[in-house]
Write a protein that binds this ligand. Structure first.
Ligand SMILES: [Zn+2]
Length: 188
């Protein structure tokens, strides 16, 4: 069953809401479900939600609707909620599934279109189990742990397999190609 959902980065979402006056009313007060709280509190509250959403998808009641936050994105799930009557746990799982789908899609596209990655990627794929890749990508937020880049990411063994490092999430981190090369140059 196809899940059609809208999503956008949190920063963009806040701007849209602020412009349309739906996040704050005309007296500069935050509109949050039933209650109205002051603007500073609102921003704090929002920051707290955004922080928690780095760990897992978090629902936030805003202006009578529930929006979901996860890793810097806002998910509008009202459509699927109305249609399928999913509970919170199911929505949480669907957002996680979507997150992994996107990762897998771009891993596949890189293998397809960036031929220099083919060999290294196929070697990695044999070594690193899918559930470990899911956990590492989620923990590191789809970014290089050193410089924050989202480009040309690689799964790097902190302790190399050749030196007895394991294939577990604890021993694997996301590094961009450049940081990974720098790290290798230092070790060698
Ligand atoms: Zn990097």
């Amino acid at each position: 069953m196809p899940i059609k959902k809208l999503k956008m980065p949190v920063e963009q979402w806040i701007k849209v809401k602020e412009i349309s006056g739906r996040l704050f009313d005309d007296r500069g007060r935050f509109i949050g479900g039933e209650q109205r709280i002051e603007i500073l509190q609102a921003r704090e509250h929002l920051q707290e939600i955004i922080q928690r959403s780095e760990e897992e998808p978090v629902p936030a009641p805003i202006h009578g609707e529930v929006e979901w936050f996860f890793k810097g994105y806002v998910y509008d799930v009202s459509d699927i909620k109305d249609r399928y009557n999913y509970n919170d746990e199911q929505i949480q799982l669907l957002i996680l599934e979507d997150y992994d789908k996107e990762r897998r899609k771009f891993e596949r596209l890189r293998r397809l279109y960036k031929s220099e990655d083919i060999q290294r990627e196929s070697q990695q794929r044999e070594r690193i189990p899918e559930h470990v890749r899911i956990a590492v990508w989620r923990r590191d937020g789809g970014k290089c742990v050193r410089c924050g880049s989202r480009e040309n990411l690689e799964y790097d063994h902190i302790i190399p397999v050749s030196k007895g490092g394991s294939n577990t999430a604890r021993n694997i981190e996301l590094l961009c190609e450049r940081c990974n090369r720098e790290k290798r140059d230092r070790i060698e």
